[in-house]
Design a protein around this ligand. Structure first.
Ligand code: KIV
Length: 275
């Protein structure tokens, strides 16, 4: 069954947890989809884990469309959300609408995600009014890393926690169907979750949220540049990949690979004619 914004609403009503992972390509999306994930986020974290940037600032609309379309082709049942990259919506409501439209038309997204609270509500409202579902994203929003002065947990003092709650209510009011809450103390994220009627999807926000999202390279041990405290490693695929690469190198060098089972045969009469 295809997951939709209705699935998200019903999950919140029934108190059922929602699952989300990031993906950036067709074959990974297909594996996740077959595993029964509710939603796949084509995050602008692709700047870090796919393109090797230090942050998400340089990610372009073209990057998001290219990877988003690949994921959409692999996801039959998961709700595909594509991130709006830095400066594709902050500049104006018009830009936000045009770029959200491109992610839908060219990236084949089911929904878009953008970062920010009250300040991006006009953009959220305009996109939702155009019939495009929006997932909001508050807390430690990586596109604002320079304003935060680094990857810092948000909402730790009274004013910051109150601002987060205000942002959460504002994005709900603007029409977002869900909100990602990132890098926020568990107790603050839990209060936000209790006070909203749309689902909260936590990342580094504790288990009081309505759902969880992780970057898949983090949870599979495939990305070692940095690992935030909130990441749980479900497999060490990076080690398995390295071992396979090393074995391949060894076997090619020693002539073990390819062996007969990987070769194509030809009639000897053809070969004789070649001498
Ligand atoms: O870009 C991303 O992967 C994200 C998640 C970390 C929520 O926004």
């Amino acid at each position: 069954m295809k997951n939709t914004v209705i699935t998200f609403r019903q999950a919140k009503e029934k108190g059922e947890k929602l699952t989300m992972l990031t993906a950036y390509d067709y074959s990974t999306a297909k594996l996740m989809d077959e595993s029964g994930i509710n939603s796949i986020l084509v995050g602008d974290s692709l700047g870090n884990v796919i393109l090797g940037y230090e942050d998400t600032i340089s990610v372009t609309m073209e990057d998001m469309i290219h990877h988003g379309a690949a994921v959409s082709r692999g996801a039959e049942n998961a709700l595909v959300i594509i991130d709006m990259p830095f400066m594709s919506y902050q500049t104006s409501v018009y830009d936000a609408l045009v770029n959200a439209g491109r992610l839908m038309k060219e990236g084949r997204a089911d929904a878009v995600k953008l970062e920010g609270g009250t300040e991006v509500c006009p953009q959220i409202k305009a996109i939702v009014d155009a019939g495009i579902p929006v997932c909001a994203h508050i807390g430690l929003t990586p596109q604002s890393i320079n304003a935060f002065g680094g990857f810092k947990v948000q909402g730790k003092n009274e004013a910051a926690a109150k601002k987060l709650l205000e942002d959460a209510k504002a994005v709900e009011q603007a029409g977002a169907f869900a909100v990602v809450v990132e890098g926020v103390p568990k107790k603050v994220a839990t209060i936000i979750t209790e006070q909203l009627s749309i689902p909260t999807i936590g990342i580094g926000a504790g288990n009081g949220c309505d759902g969880q999202v992780l970057v898949y390279q983090d949870m599979l041990g495939m990305f070692s540049d940095f690992t935030p405290k909130f990441v749980k490693r479900y497999a060490d695929i990076g080690d398995i990949m390295k071992l396979a690469f090393e074995t391949y190198i060894e076997e090619v060098k020693s002539g073990v690979f390819p062996s007969e089972q990987h070769e194509y045969a030809v009639d000897d009469s053809v070969i004789e004619k070649l001498y």
